[in-house]
Design a protein around this ligand. Structure first.
Ligand SMILES: Nc1ncnc2c1ncn2[C@@H]1O[C@H](COP(=O)(O)OP(=O)(O)O)[C@@H](O)[C@H]1O
Ligand SMILES: [Mg+2]
Length: 270
């Protein structure tokens, strides 16, 4: 379904700011799998999602989706198959435009794929029906500028727009990290409902071990631009928050040892 083969990405190569953000990463996602991606800050989670979405060209490797090699596809072309929601509630929407205008724009540029202007009335009716049960008042705010909505309302809107016509792949990058716990829980519940209902193949980056334990059927833990652990469905069923915490500790300890070794080496040369 999604196959990532040996992808690497180095930012600012050959400079003092060189970062090997992705180091020869490979994985396959079965159709309908819901993967939680964990990892320390800077471990390459966002870069991995961005590589799949086509935000930049990878240095090595290939990416295929539904059997098509999309490695050379532009981000725009991939957007027809890939839905995305970021941490920043402003991404993916135009802040000065109303909900109604954003929906219309999304439908025109193919974000809500296949819907033409003529269908926008039924689109708006369906939108209202879908947001009403959330009790966030979104159904009464169609003329409101997106910028005036709360972070939670914006994330719900972006999530609905990203998943409206069942993308082949859904990429969520800490999409609840900027929200208060109650709103985050609501957006997570909606995410789970949508992903389950439409059996969407999903990569969800989260910093919440609890979310990683509760949601989806696979957990990938990244570290220094590589996949450090990959728990399949059976392993994941047994996985507890404490197990994940110990693995994080272990990786951190390894880092500290490596840093210590570096210092020793540096000291030897000065
Ligand atoms: N556009 C970029 N230019 C330079 N460095 C980047 C860029 N994007 C990410 N990085 C670096 O790549 C590493 C991985 O970043 P990122 O994928 O954002 O980590 P994560 O999402 O796991 O916190 C970090 O060291 C980060 O500073
Ligand atoms: Mg990130």
């Amino acid at each position: 379904m999604l196959e990532v083969k040996n992808i690497s990405k180095t930012f600012n190569p050959g400079t003092v700011n060189e970062v090997n953000a992705l180091q020869n990463i490979s994985f396959k996602l079965e159709e309908g799998s819901f993967v939680c991606v964990l990892g320390t800050n800077g471990s390459g989670k966002s870069t991995m999602l961005n590589a799949v979405a086509g935000a930049f060209e990878v240095d090595t490797g290939s990416i295929s989706l539904k059997g098509q090699d999309i490695t050379q596809w532009s981000e725009n072309k991939r957007a027809a198959l890939v839905g995305r929601v970021f941490q920043n509630p402003f991404s993916g929407t135009a802040p000065n435009m109303s909900i109604r205008e954003n929906l219309a724009l999304a439908s025109r540029r193919g974000l809500i794929r296949g819907l033409s202007w003529g269908l926008s009335q039924s689109l708006i009716r369906e939108f209202k029906e879908r947001v009403k049960p959330l009790n966030m008042g979104l159904e009464d705010r169609l003329e409101n500028p997106i910028g005036k909505l709360s972070g939670g309302q914006r994330q719900v809107l972006t999530l609905l727009m990203a998943t409206w016509l069942q993308p082949e792949l859904l990429l969520l990058d800490e999409h609840t990290a900027a929200l208060d716990p109650k709103t985050a829980a609501l957006v997570i519940a909606l995410t789970d409902k949508i992903v389950q209902k439409d059996k969407l193949t999903t990569l969800m980056v989260t910093h919440s071990m609890q979310q990683a334990v509760n949601l989806g059927n696979r957990v990938i833990m990244m570290h220094r631009g590589q996949i450090a652990y990959d728990f399949n469905e059976d392993d994941k069923r047994r996985l507890k928050v404490n197990d994940l915490l110990s693995l994080f500790d272990e990786l951190r300890r390894k880092d500290q040892i490596d840093m210590g070794v570096m210092e020793l080496v540096i000291n030897e040369y000065v």
